[in-house]
Design a binder for this molecule. Structure first.
Ligand code: GUN
Length: 429
């Protein structure tokens, strides 16, 4: 019979965070209990700079339900010091053996959060429909990049699901910058188009910056235009890039506290890393942006309560990067075809390995799946951040429609364009 699982959720400690004393925890599910842990010299995780300790659990309840736990903890000092409430699923140690108690992260389910957002958007779309407004998204897919095709098709399918209008434009890979510019300008003029997305990467002969700068900022549902980037930097309401906006939705809807938290963003791309860092900073987190030149990357990341991995390198963030109990958001989406890489990533996940062997490829994130044993909460791949990127694109399209058409109505009625601050940010004057 499998040992019973106990869930220690939303615990808070009422003692100071010294690693070598007792802490008393209150839990939702269990009697208060005390954890005492003792450092052992020469811990097993020397390479990650952590220590090994043995820990004993003593139930403080009159009718003890938890007794005689012992488990091996790496970096427990950091875990105990963490101010964040973490979900810890601990396995009851029937025989008090170290290996029998594990920490397993709470899964932050992107599909469920996407569904929640879709249902909220549906209500808003119905309200707009009652006013005769049907938001429309134009997607420009230039060339034959298979991954881009897949992404854009998903975006168009999401429009159909929500009842938004969509327009798919597929110019050939040979299109010139001038031709693409005139296509974008045409979309800027069209009144039935509220959102424009030009899927990147564009074919190499096209000047991508000129194309993205040509998109009307009021229709820039990707949030890539310098006008919108500037507003984001300044902390003004604006159209925000979809993936980092989606990460913020995951964090907010999962009650992950950000104020005062230390956050490490891995990757400094214009699409994810930079806007992600700005959004977290605006949420009062203390943000470190890490990149390929960061010294002692594991050490830096290990100090973070929240890790957002967006480097595009399969399984690079291994458990030794993660402070126990930290929240880990995996933005990576990499199709792995190399059997050696698949073996490295999924050695402890035989079902996924079997899937890889059957199919010859598998989707992986930037975070090694074993991180689930150390983190407090994490987004899986697939099913984590991915669904939110599309949800936020839909959300931005509806927002752009609302703001653009609202502002137009104000102009038409002769009133000053008294759009809200959000509208001012999103429309081009
Ligand atoms: N290519 C990869 N991600 C994105 C995205 O979010 N928007 C666009 N336009 N292109 C992408």
């Amino acid at each position: 019979m499998l040992p019973k699982l106990f869930s220690f959720t939303h615990f808070r400690k009422n003692a100071s965070a010294s690693p070598f004393v007792s802490h008393t925890f209150k839990t939702k599910d269990l009697k208060p209990f005390r954890i005492t842990h003792f450092q052992k010299k020469g811990g097993s995780s020397a390479s990650s700079g952590s220590f090994a300790s043995s820990t004993s659990f003593t139930s403080l309840g009159r009718n003890p339900r938890v007794t005689n736990f012992e488990f091996h903890v790496s970096n427990f000092a950091r875990s105990a010091a963490a101010h964040l409430p973490h979900a810890i699923i601990a396995r009851r140690a029937g025989k008090s053996r170290e290996s029998e108690l594990r920490m397993t992260a709470r899964i932050l389910d992107g599909n469920a959060i996407r569904d929640q957002i879709f249902s909220e958007l549906s209500a808003e779309i119905r309200q707009l429909a009652a006013r005769g407004i049907r938001p429309g998204l134009a997607a420009v897919l230039a060339g034959d990049n298979p991954a881009s095709k897949l992404y854009v098709n998903s975006k168009i399918a999401a429009c159909a699901k929500l009842g938004l209008a969509s327009f798919l434009l597929t110019p050939p890979a040979t299109i010139t910058t001038a031709e693409l510019l005139s296509l974008v300008q045409e979309l800027n003029r069209r009144d039935d188009v509220d959102g424009i997305l030009v899927q990147v990467p564009l074919p190499p002969q096209v000047d991508s910056k000129r194309i993205l700068d040509a998109v009307d900022p009021a229709k820039d549902v990707d949030g890539f235009h310098p006008y919108n980037v500037g507003h984001l930097v300044a902390g003004r309401p604006t159209l925000v890039p979809c993936t980092p906006a989606g990460v913020m939705e995951i964090l907010r809807r999962s009650n992950i506290p950000l104020e005062g938290a230390s956050a490490a963003v891995l990757g400094r791309s214009d699409i994810v890393g930079k806007p992600m860092a700005l959004l977290l900073m605006h949420a009062n987190a203390t943000v470190t942006v890490c990149h390929s030149k960061t010294r002692d990357l594991p050490g830096v990341v290990r100090r973070a309560d929240l890790v957002v991995a967006a480097m595009g390198r399969a399984g690079m963030v291994t458990p030794d990067y993660i402070r126990p109990g930290a929240t880990v958001i995996d933005v990576g989406q990499i199709v792995v075809t190399d059997p050696a890489v698949a073996e490295r990533l999924f050695a402890n996940f035989p079902e996924r390995l079997a899937k890889f062997r059957a199919k010859g490829s598998i989707l992986a994130g930037d975070v090694h799946p074993d991180v689930a044993k150390v983190a407090g909460a994490y987004t899986p791949v697939p099913g984590g951040v991915g669904p939110l990127t599309i949800a936020m694109l839909m959300s931005n399209t509806v927002k752009a429609a609302r703001l653009r058409r609202g502002a137009d109505a104000a102009r038409e009625s002769g009133r000053p364009a008294e759009a809200s601050a959000a509208a001012e940010a999103a429309i081009k004057r």
